[in-house]
Design a protein around this ligand. Structure first.
Ligand code: OSB
Ligand code: MG
Length: 375
């Protein structure tokens, strides 16, 4: 179905987190994100850019995404009709990198297509394999192990199906040992966000004692080969996050036995089309996937829920309730979890929630509309 995008509106919003979130690359107290509204025939589709506030997870950040969207992505999408949402990724492929910026616009156009068709986004992207998605939580580095215990207790009491804890040198094997002693039966995993090198292989090998589900991205953000070397030394499956930016990377990682599991993030791979390709490549190889998170507000969170209905998303993801992040979310209702630690998939058109436009207006710091008559 041909889509003529008339206007793209960018909004930069700012939202304080309920609790700071610490990874091996730093602490975040407040998110700043770009919302993308794509308008065609009076219908709006929405996307959220998942880049961080600083170029520390990958090379993108909120401001780089703003300029890439304003100067390169939006002008290519406006006016000249698209064959459909699948055409957004090819149309912006000449832009090297900046997949989170491109992915934010791509997701907005998928949402727009779903709303125009009057169907839920999960259907438009070819999902719908499950009515509820299984949820885990990602718990940041804490000031003490006691605080970490408390956080884990809270999340288990809320029903979450698996616990991921962030690790870094100095907050790893001993912490995991104590968590395992305290919680011998939980589904547990760790995420290092590229804090180690192959020289740490013997140290990381000690994690094999704790029957973790997986170790996520221990080595460099742009490496696949060293992960293959490390995987050969470990019994615990490696899960790749940062270094899988495309289906080609997924295929190469699988071919090299660099991982047993893949974390798929919509923004990191540049949108739904590429996410589906990564999903399909993993599925063909018998590699399970799960949906990662980037501390999203409601729009990104709802897109993640849709993505996680594809069949090979068999492991609990980092997609959890809005209230874990925000005092007030930008969508209505907010994303909630069941006592079983799942999110029930909604059937409303598009990403399934409505936008709280008054709230969005109140937290918008910058807004710019790019239209077919030029800016
Ligand atoms: O590596 O998965 C990650 C948050 C920011 C950047 C990277 C990561 C994360 C998370 C949080 O683990 C997942 C979430 O709760 O949204
Ligand atoms: Mg990760």
């Amino acid at each position: 179905m041909a889509l003529r995008i008339e206007r793209i509106v960018l909004r930069r919003i700012r939202m304080p987190l309920v609790h700071f979130f610490e990874t091996s690359f730093g602490r975040t107290y407040e998110r700043q994100m770009v919302l993308v509204e794509a308008v065609a025939d009076g219908v709006s589709g929405w996307g959220e850019v998942t880049a961080g506030e600083n170029p520390f997870y990958n090379e993108e950040w909120t401001e780089s995404a703003w300029w890439i969207l304003r100067d390169y992505v939006a002008p290519r999408l406006i006016g000249e009709p698209l064959d459909g949402p699948e055409s957004v990724a090819p149309r912006t492929e000449h832009i090297r990198g900046h997949r989170m910026a491109r992915g934010g616009a791509e997701a907005a156009v998928w949402d727009l297509a779903a709303r125009q068709a009057g169907e839920p986004l999960w259907k438009t992207i070819g999902g719908g394999a499950r009515a509820e998605i299984p949820c885990g939580v990602s718990i940041g580095i804490q000031d003490s192990v006691e605080e970490l215990f408390e956080k884990i207790e809270t999340e288990l009491a809320a029903g979450y199906q698996r616990i991921k804890i962030k690790i870094k040198p100095g907050w790893d094997v001993d912490v995991v040992r104590r968590v395992r002693e305290r919680f011998p039966n939980i589904k547990l995993m760790v995420d290092a966000n590229s804090a180690y090198t192959l020289a740490d292989a013997d140290h990381l090998k000690k994690l094999d004692d704790f029957y973790l589900m997986m170790i996520e991205q221990p080595l460099a953000h742009d490496d696949i080969i060293d992960h293959a070397v490390l995987q050969a030394k470990l019994d615990t499956p490696l899960c790749l996050d940062e270094c899988i930016r495309s289906a080609r990377h997924a295929e190469q990682a699988i071919r090299l036995n660099a991982c047993g599991i893949i974390n798929i993030k919509l923004g990191r791979v540049g949108g739904f089309l590429e996410a589906r390709r990564v999903h399909d490549a993993a599925q063909r190889a018998g590699i399970p996937v799960w949906c990662g998170g980037m501390l999203e507000a409601g729009v990104g969170r709802a897109h993640n829920v849709a993505l996680a209905t594809l069949p090979n998303f068999v492991l609990p993801g980092d997609v959890s309730a809005s209230r874990r992040y925000w005092k007030r979310d930008i969508i209505l209702p907010e994303v909630e979890t069941t006592p079983r630690g799942s999110i029930v998939v909604r059937h409303e058109p598009g990403f399934g929630y409505s936008l709280d436009m008054d709230f969005i207006a109140s937290i918008t710091e910058r807004e710019e509309a790019i239209g077919s008559r030029g800016r």
